[in-house]
Design a protein around this ligand. Structure first.
Ligand code: HEM
Length: 144
């Protein structure tokens, strides 16, 4: 079947359903959904339809996308490897099902949100590496 762009709510639902079918079975991040967060899928999936519909078409998602990840991060530190895997699965799903401008927008949006999320979790999990705390002026080599 010829691939088309993400145009409708049904397309969003297909994207989200396919992505989470893969994510929950995945060796790297699956356990976070299944065993740690114990996601209630009939509740979570419609929230994700609304979220992606609002980002890509028009929609009414008014939640806070970051918030649940802080809670999860306390149970399992969410690290760069997890975000990389999440993105790899997401991008794979988009390209498997769709082709077009909105499909590419989905990937761009996912990458930028993932980057911010990863940065925030990293600042909590590895405060010693917090790039926002690097002094602006290099104090130079300290005297012995
Ligand atoms: C390491 C990567 C990630 C993991 C393991 C993860 C896992 C989760 C879990 C367990 C939940 C809570 C589900 C529940 O309510 O039971 C959740 C919610 C959510 N996630 Fe993620 N997530 C990841 C990355 C992302 C990224 C990159 C995005 C956006 C592009 C995203 C968007 C959302 C949104 C919108 C919600 C629902 C927020 C709400 O309740 O309104 N997640 N995620």
């Amino acid at each position: 079947m010829e691939k088309h762009d993400i145009n409708t709510r049904e397309d969003i639902e297909r994207l989200v359903n396919t992505f989470y079918e893969g994510a929950r079975k995945d060796d790297v991040i699956g356990y976070i959904f299944n065993d740690i967060a114990k996601v209630d899928w009939p509740v979570h999936l419609p929230v994700m339809y609304d979220f992606w519909e609002s980002l890509l078409l028009e929609g009414t998602y008014k939640g806070n996308a970051m918030q649940p990840h802080f809670r999860i991060n306390k149970l399992v530190p969410l690290e760069t490897v997890h975000f990389q895997r999440w993105l790899q699965l997401f991008e794979g799903t988009v390209h498997e099902l769709f082709s077009g401008e909105i499909a590419e927008l989905a990937i761009t949006r996912a990458r930028s949100i993932s980057e911010i999320m990863n940065f925030k979790m990293n600042s909590i999990n590895h405060p010693e590496q917090d790039k926002t705390k690097i002094p602006l002026v290099n104090p130079g080599k300290q005297k012995e």
